[in-house]
Design a protein around this ligand. Structure first.
Ligand SMILES: Nc1nc2c([nH]c(=O)n2[C@@H]2O[C@H](COP(=O)(O)OP(=O)(O)OP(=O)(O)O)[C@@H](O)[C@H]2O)c(=O)[nH]1
Length: 151
């Protein structure tokens, strides 16, 4: 079973989300995804997302501020899952993002995500994750469990 995390990182106004231009795996190359990566043996899911954001965007996030939003998994079971985490970071930290690998990170307007450049499920993962922080408008927290059908 392969285990991954992705992190939906927002600015305090909830208007911008941190995305990364992937160079790998092949089916993601050239497209925008959230930062994240593989959970290492013995590592917790939260520790993984905190580490990946540091490794990919050069910023330290407070582990206590992350919210677990849900999981994407293969419907057949056993192949992989992706834990979805989300956080709002202060402006002074948001201003310090830096691409740490060949995969460039940047802030993207949540209201005009570039349609063809994003991985398809980014288009619903971003508003889904954003909703966790937008309690003024939507009130309730929702938790997700999403399954891919086997081909
Ligand atoms: N948005 C989205 N991201 C996904 C899906 N499946 C999946 O593996 N990912 C993410 O895609 C990324 C795969 O990138 P990667 O191949 O560079 O990850 P890795 O673990 O090998 O790299 P690492 O060296 O950073 O740990 C991971 O961040 C993983 O969380 C999905 O269905 N939707």
């Amino acid at each position: 079973m392969k285990k991954y995390t992705i992190g939906a990182v927002f600015t305090p106004d909830l208007n911008k989300v941190l995305l990364i231009k992937k160079t790998k795996p092949e089916d993601q190359a050239g497209r925008l995804n959230m930062p994240g990566g593989k959970i290492e043996p013995g590592e917790g899911s939260l520790s993984c997302v905190v580490r990946e954001i540091t490794e990919e965007a050069g910023i330290h996030t407070d582990p206590n501020k992350w919210i677990y939003a849900g999981r994407i998994e293969n419907a057949g079971g056993g192949m992989f899952y992706v834990d979805i985490w989300t956080i709002v970071i202060p402006w002074n930290i948001a201003g310090n993002i830096e691409s740490m690998t060949e995969e460039k990170v940047g802030w993207y307007n949540v209201w005009s995500l570039p349609a063809y450049q994003c991985l398809p499920n980014i288009h619903w993962l971003v508003p889904f994750a954003r909703n966790f922080h937008d309690q003024g408008n939507f009130g309730t927290l929702v938790f997700g469990e999403f399954k891919y059908q086997n081909q």
